[in-house]
Write a protein that binds this ligand. Structure first.
Ligand code: SDX
Length: 392
């Protein structure tokens, strides 16, 4: 560092804000949303209760929850012209690229600039995005599956409606499977917030310029797409499939992960904060067994995943670096059992993280945080005299 500026790459030891939303203890593997343990919420709450809790700070009572859900349903229509944007994408487009574009495009159809000091204004913007985002996510899946995209059925619950919009076949009725609905509800809760992770920090810094909520969320979708962050859940399944195709030789991939000259990393392992187990991974691993059992799904990559975890927990390289499975390690195995294609896994992560991003953005604005503008240590050229073109 020079003078008063100290560089902290990746902000490993820098706090960006005070927050009252989510508490993590990396050593003890503790995760709490507004003080409530993730284990309790995953088991006993619904995703909309948890979304309300994260955003407004309290678990809703029945009247508040029913109103929240009704207002979300009433705001889940998406402007028909947005379909023109979906039409314009090739079927090979990655769903996260489509979702980020559509989320940004919402600003063209909905004045999302909110008066942060008007509770009513803020509430309206929140129920709008909570209603429309699942439609946009479903439309990305319909596009890559070459299926027509339309609206949901507002008589259904929040997750049922997501599944309905994603999987209803044009000429058949669709009855959601309760096991699938419950598994999706739990996964959305487990992904709902995680304090100042890369995408939440992105949503905060974009919002700190007083850019609107929807474009701040679109930036969060982009940050989440990266394979080191939310994109890891897709990379995990691709890695496990690769190991299966290679004869299931997990030891060979453990060696590759330890080889500094080999860019291969054990995707779904390691975490900036959790230096013990990730409590979400623990819940998802158990849920994977339950859901696949209930659905009668045999997935060989689950055994490969368990084998990798077992070997890593006994391997000094991983133990010394405190590398344990994170939230992304087992989640894809459940998504796949629910019929969700691999390239949609990170979209499912975004659907869960939406209320967390909203809560972080709202807290940042309510606390009147200053615009995010870090300094640097300059290491470039010292002053040079200009040289005319003919002399270069
Ligand atoms: C999420 O921040 C959040 O909370 C994110 C998230 C959320 O809910 O928002 O929890 C969701 O993004 C989970 C993480 C998903 N990403 C992956 O699974 C990708 C694989 N993991 C790594 O890329 C890595 O562990 C990170 C990105 C998760 C964390 O990176 P850090 O904190 O910058 O750690 P690092 O890269 O400096 O690694 C420390 C050491 C290094 O070895 P040395 O140089 O010290 O010898 O551990 C090694 C790394 O090489 N290492 C790994 C590894 N992860 C770290 N080696 C092999 N495989 C891995 N997965």
């Amino acid at each position: 560092s020079t003078g008063m500026i100290t560089i902290d790459p990746g902000y490993k030891n820098t706090g960006s804000c005070e927050s009252a939303i989510t508490y993590l203890d990396g050593e003890k593997g503790i995760l709490r949303y507004r003080g409530y343990a993730i284990e309790d919420l995953a088991e006993k709450a619904s995703f909309l209760e948890v979304a309300y809790l994260l955003i407004f700070g309290e678990l809703p009572n029945k009247e508040q929850l029913d109103k929240f859900h009704a207002d979300i349903k009433a705001n889940s229509e998406v402007d028909e012209d947005l379909k023109k944007i979906v039409d314009s994408f090739p079927r090979s487009a990655h769903p996260m690229g489509i979702l980020s574009s559509l989320t940004s495009a919402l600003t063209a159809f909905n004045p999302s600039s909110v008066d942060i000091n008007s509770e009513e204004d803020m509430y309206k913007a929140i129920v709008k995005i909570m209603g429309k985002f699942p439609v946009l996510a479903a439309w990305t899946l319909r596009k890559i599956n070459a299926k027509p995209y339309d609206y949901g059925d507002s008589s259904l619950g929040y997750e049922e409606n997501m599944l309905y919009m994603m999987f209803k076949k044009p000429n058949e009725s669709y009855v959601p499977n309760q096991t699938v609905v419950d598994a999706l509800d739990k996964l959305l809760i487990l992904h709902a917030d995680h304090e100042q992770n890369c995408s939440a920090s992105t949503v905060r810094i974009v919002g700190s310029s007083h850019a609107s909520l929807f474009v701040s969320l679109a930036a969060g979708v982009s940050a989440l797409w990266g394979p080191l962050h939310g994109g890891a859940n897709q990379a995990v399944i691709e890695m496990l499939e690769g190991i299966k195709a290679d004869g299931g030789d997990t030891a060979k991939y453990m060696e590759k992960a330890k080889d500094k000259n080999d860019p291969f990393r054990l995707m779904g392992f390691g975490h900036r904060v959790y230096k013990n187990f990730d409590p979400r991974a623990r819940i998802i691993k158990k849920a994977a067994d339950d859901v696949l059992g209930d659905l009668g799904v045999e997935d060989p990559v689950l055994d490969i995943a368990k084998g990798l975890e077992k070997q890593a927990l006994e391997d000094p390289y991983f133990v010394d670096r405190k590398l344990y499975p994170n939230v992304d390690f087992y989640s894809g195995i459940i998504y796949r059992a629910l019929g969700i294609p691999t390239e949609m896994f990170t979209v499912m992560f975004a659907l869960g993280r939406l209320p967390g991003w909203i809560a972080q953005w709202r807290e940042m604005r309510l606390r009147k945080e200053p615009i995010g503008r870090p300094r640097q240590v300059y290491v470039g050229e010292t002053h040079r005299e200009f040289k005319p073109l003919e002399q270069r």
